[in-house]
Design a protein. Sequence first.
Length: 312
Amino acid sequence: MKELQIKSSDGNLLHIYLWDKVENLKGVLQIVHGSCEHLARYDEFANYLNDHGWIVIGNDHRGHGKTAALQNQPLGFFGEDRGWAKLVEDTFVVNKYISETYANLPIAMLGHSMGSFIARTYIILHSKTIKAVILSGTAWYSNIQIKMARRMAKKHQKKFGATHIDDFIYNLSYKPLNKKYKKSTTGADWLSVDQDNVAKFVADPLCGFTFTSSGFKDLFSGLIYNQTMSKIENMDKNLPIMLVAGKEDPVGSYGKTVTKTYKKFNNQGLNVDMKLYPGVRHEILFDITKDKVMEDAMAFINQAIEKPKSNT
């Protein structure tokens, strides 16, 4: 694993991780990580893909990992305004870096959790820049609820400031994800059945933090944007999309809102497939069936670059 920094569109530095020990190159996978974590966690998955011909690259988001330190900003903070747009622009900047550095290689994308929502905005705006996308741990929410949540976050930002750590909204949004595991002492058992993974997440100082009021506002803004049907119509209908999630993942309502996302995409004529993994929770790339998930992810991106499917 190599580490480097590149400038984003607004001049701020992004911390990049690159796994490029590859022979018989097939392509490049750009990973877009989730909320309250960082990209270095994906080392095992990246090394697996390296062994099978894929370079892996991605950035720590604003307000996350080493990028937050580079920008001298608190964890969970993306910016005073346009935070969601900045996250998506950062993803585009990294994609452009990939296309310039590896000009002849196809690029696929994997977005997990919040990263899946960033990737969903990304493919509305830039779907021609990638050959396939895997959306892991995604969901579809009540528009009424997320609009109310954004209104609350805006009020909190105005009252307490953009960098206010918003425990109140956290208790309404993230904390209930663990309600099925009341005997849990970690508060993070919803992430995976694999307790070693949960313990590592809890012990990691760059994981499990609480968003700022502005960070929550930005996240909810992204969710609203993604669920606007007129925006979804802009997606490339030939882009292979794979939705993957654990059947025990509370983020996707135990498969229900992942399936709803699939149906919404399918009704728009998108080239979408879905796979739900029984017995595992939110972090399927770190859970007890991770080997199967990695194998399936690789098979999907291999197929996308070798035999592109078409819906036209």
